[in-house]
Design a protein. Structure first.
Length: 280
């Protein structure tokens, strides 16, 4: 399934409230050692004192922005960054993807370029399961179910966060491959066409024949937080990388902008998908 799917052996352990409480205790201990009240600390990290309290009491999952700012405000010891990696596990998501998945939940913009498969937020269950059957080492039924449940939960964002702008650039060949067979591909195209009608979603197809293509370095995602901070994410074989470096993110933003001009328009993309479906 890729796109953040947990690999065999990485574990789909349940969320651990103990880990949240432990992380919160570390934040509180470092804050008090620095002689800061919750309100003073909140001003430094640009979160309310109520949010600080929720994190310290283990009631709230801290997002990466909070961790980054708290780390800086409390001496850059690295303790919080390391502790954040041990926070609650979400079944069905790979360890390297969980931080990005948390950012997705509150993003005000999310842009995806995918060249290997249809992006996870646009997959049908049949398509996702067809890809899971080719996974090596093989997955058992519980792992496959877990992966799909996590993906289906993430897909709710498209319809529940109507104020979030979603953009997708997909390669034409990911549909031509017919993963899972003609019926699976037909259902997949139907879903993509349905999602394309949502007012907060833009879907563009990069044509099979395209002499100028800025995305040859591979797929990536871009995301803007409510604080107007941008992150990027790239994923490869059994690994993923969350990118906060502004210079790198800026390069990827420019690449995505160029690809939007190279891909088919939204209207032409829909026409192509409809034509492909009719040929199945």
């Amino acid at each position: 399934m890729v796109d953040g799917a947990v690999g065999a052996g990485t574990g789909g352990e349940p969320e651990s409230s103990d880990s949240l409480r432990t992380f919160g205790a570390v934040v509180q201990g470092l804050r008090e050692h620095a002689g800061l009240s919750r309100e003073e600390f909140g001003e430094l990290v640009m979160f309310s004192k109520h949010t600080v309290a929720s994190v310290e009491l283990g009631r709230r999952m801290p997002d990466p922005v909070f961790v980054e700012r708290a780390e800086e405000a409390l001496g850059n010891t690295g303790a919080l960054q390391r502790a954040a990696q041990c926070l609650a596990r979400q079944p069905g998501l790979a360890a390297w993807f969980r931080q990005w998945a948390r950012l997705e939940k509150t993003a005000i913009a999310l842009y995806t370029y995918e060249s290997r498969m249809v992006a996870g937020l646009l997959q049908t269950e049949a398509y996702a399961r067809a890809m899971a059957l080719d996974h090596l080492p093989p997955l058992d039924d519980a792992e496959i179910d877990e992966r799909w449940a996590a993906r289906a939960e993430r897909q709710k964002l498209l319809r529940e966060r109507l104020n979030t702008a979603f953009g997708f650039i997909l390669e034409e060949h990911v549909f031509l491959r017919r993963t899972g067979g003609a019926d699976v591909t037909r259902g997949l195209i139907d879903l993509v066409l349905e999602v394309a009608q949502l007012r907060n979603v833009e879907i563009q197809i990069m044509p099979l024949v395209q002499e100028s293509h800025t995305g040859m370095q591979g797929p990536f995602q871009l995301l803007e937080t409510p604080e107007n901070q941008w992150f990027a994410y790239t994923e490869g074989q059994e690994s993923g990388q969350l990118i906060a470096d502004r210079k790198v993110v800026s390069v990827l933003q420019r690449r995505y902008a160029r690809m939007r001009s190279q891909a088919l328009t939204m209207q032409d993309s829909v026409s192509l998908l409809e034509r492909m479906r009719g040929e199945l």
